[in-house]
Design a protein around this ligand. Sequence first.
Ligand SMILES: Nc1ncnc2c1ncn2[C@@H]1O[C@H](COP(=O)(O)OP(=O)(O)OP(=O)(O)O)[C@@H](O)[C@H]1O
Ligand SMILES: Nc1nc2c(ncn2[C@@H]2O[C@H](COP(=O)(O)O)[C@@H](O)[C@H]2O)c(=O)[nH]1
Length: 206
Amino acid sequence: MTSKEKGILIVLSGPSGVGKGTVCKALRGCAPDLVYSVSATTRVPREGEVDGVNYFFKTREQFKKLIDTDQILEWAEYVGNYYGTPRQFVEETLNSGKDIILEIEVQGALQVKQKFPQGVFIFLLPPSLDELESRIVGRGTESEESIRSRMSVAMDEFRLMDYYDYAIVNDKVENACSRIQSIIVAEHCRKDRVFSKIKQWMVEVK
Ligand SMILES: Nc1ncnc2c1ncn2[C@@H]1O[C@H](COP(=O)(O)OP(=O)(O)OP(=O)(O)O)[C@@H](O)[C@H]1O
Ligand SMILES: Nc1nc2c(ncn2[C@@H]2O[C@H](COP(=O)(O)O)[C@@H](O)[C@H]2O)c(=O)[nH]1
């Protein structure tokens, strides 16, 4: 019997406002087979955000219960709110052979790296710090205080970039998208991933 090859877990991190969400949205068009993890958060929804689509919006009590019942793969507190990845959806997607992308901040990414060292960790960079700030400001969703906190957290995040496998610049959304797609294609060709399939052939032929 042939065992199904598992999908690849991809983590996309980068400072707030760099364009992770925008790039992921564009990826949906050019990489339709990629599955997107929807996180849980205690943050209040922004205008237009839909529960279950952008996030699963939770109270602090509900979020803590998810942690206590082992339903969260990783979680972190970011600028006063909790964010976490529902575990079951990620595991089921990988077991079904599909690739999944998690758009999460660095503390959570490091937890994922411990649990899935074979995952692919991508850090998205802005073309410059000025451009980063003008993207957060231009989005128009954050208070001045939140913008300051997010810019300050960004500096801590840059320090942890070394834990990532790839760093790509989001100069233009289409460039960032095609860079991520190239990484995914290359990762599928890594000999250790391909070799596990060949080993299965060897077992079958014996
Ligand atoms: N390549 C780009 N060039 C110019 N503007 C961009 C680019 N990518 C994203 N933006 C703009 O930057 C702003 C922030 O983008 P986005 O919300 O996707 O960032 P994010 O990294 O997901 O932020 P957060 O982590 O806070 O959710 C948006 O207004 C978006 O339109
Ligand atoms: N550790 C996790 N971080 C997450 C998750 N979902 C989103 N995030 C990150 O939080 C910040 C802020 O997001 P925002 O929507 O309030 O702007 C950003 O860096 C996201 O990538 C998660 O499940 N775990």
